[in-house]
Design a protein around this ligand. Structure first.
Ligand SMILES: [Zn+2]
Length: 316
């Protein structure tokens, strides 16, 4: 079995709990042929910003006082505007922090790519569209990269068709895939948000951080992952497929050589599973609020971990 197929199989195992845990956000608006694209992107942007502010309240409500104080100071918003991509999120973040405003900026283009990516995984699993799926993923990744380059050179981005346009399937199929993708996407966005907020809480925010040697940066990323994992579990949103989807997407990007900081290999997801299993009892209240017990969480994660280990993807 190829590694990518393994990920897809794992994905569906945890889908049920992800759905049961309850998506905290709506899906992004779907493309409409009659609506001008600019208007569509503008609405999408507003929608995303509403989503991250709802998420902030939901995910970080259980933090202790000191952490909450830090989180309350962080400005969390989606950037990108009408063009949909923006390559200088990091520099914008540091610029805001230099002025005493801690910030987490998420790219609108990134959020949309994440949605497309998850949809295409579901197409591949549900409809066995492996060859098309592989081609589509490659197409999205290279298009996204060239859009980032275009944005930095003030050129307009290239339009990236969604999987429903690319695969040419009927409305019933598209609706089914949309429905399955929504909670997974919500979970993935929650993972990204918690990870980035974790960098602030753990004080990885000085400009010197950019000049740190790679092993130190990787350690900081692992620490941010660990913080995000416990925060998500405590809030009743254990990182299941969402976390895996992010790690997978990151690994694909590393294959393209675009990122050397974030731990990209399969071991990153494994560490998330193990940390969630070990800490399951601590998340009793958050899980109960969503109608689950720590035993439910452990059962799903252990089954998932066993499948994962059988692939040999991470030698631990
Ligand atoms: Zn990070």
């Amino acid at each position: 079995m190829r590694p990518r197929e393994v990920w897809i199989t794992l994905a569906l195992v945890s889908m049920t709990l992800a759905q049961a845990a309850g998506a905290v956000v709506p899906k992004p608006p779907s493309a409409s042929a009659s609506e001008p694209r600019k208007e569509q992107l503008r609405k999408e942007w507003q929608n995303y910003n509403q989503m991250v502010s709802d998420m902030k309240n939901d995910l970080f409500a259980t933090l202790d006082k000191t952490e909450l104080q830090t989180v309350n100071k962080i400005e969390i918003r989606v950037e990108g505007g009408l063009d949909g991509t923006k390559g200088d999120d990091v520099q914008n973040c540091y610029a805001l922090m230099d002025n005493g405003h801690p910030a987490v900026l998420l790219g609108q283009g990134f959020l949309r790519s994440l949605w497309y990516f998850i949809e295409s995984l579901i197409y591949a699993e549900k409809y066995r569209a492996y060859d098309k799926h592989e081609k589509y993923i490659g197409f999205v990744l290279t298009s996204w990269q060239s859009n980032l380059t275009a944005a930095s050179e003030n050129r307009p981005p290239r339009f990236i068709p969604s999987p429903s346009e690319y695969f040419h399937w009927n409305k019933a199929t598209i609706d089914t895939v949309d429905e399955a993708a929504s909670p997974v996407w919500a979970e993935a966005v929650a993972c990204v948000l918690a990870h980035e907020v974790g960098h602030h809480v753990l004080k990885h925010t000085s400009r010197n951080y950019l000049a740190e040697p790679l092993p130190a940066k990787r350690r900081a990323e692992e620490d941010a992952d660990a913080w995000a994992t416990s925060t998500l579990c405590r809030a009743g949103h254990p990182p299941l497929f969402g976390g895996a989807a992010i790690a997978y997407l990151q690994a694909l990007y590393d294959d393209l050589g675009s990122n050397t900081t974030h731990p990209a290999d399969a071991c990153r997801s494994r560490a998330l599973f193990v940390a969630s299993i070990e800490q399951a009892d601590k998340f009793k209240d958050g899980l109960a609020a969503k109608g689950h017990t720590p035993a439910d969480l452990r059962r799903v994660l252990k089954a998932r971990l066993a499948q994962f280990d059988a692939t040999g993807a991470c030698k631990h």
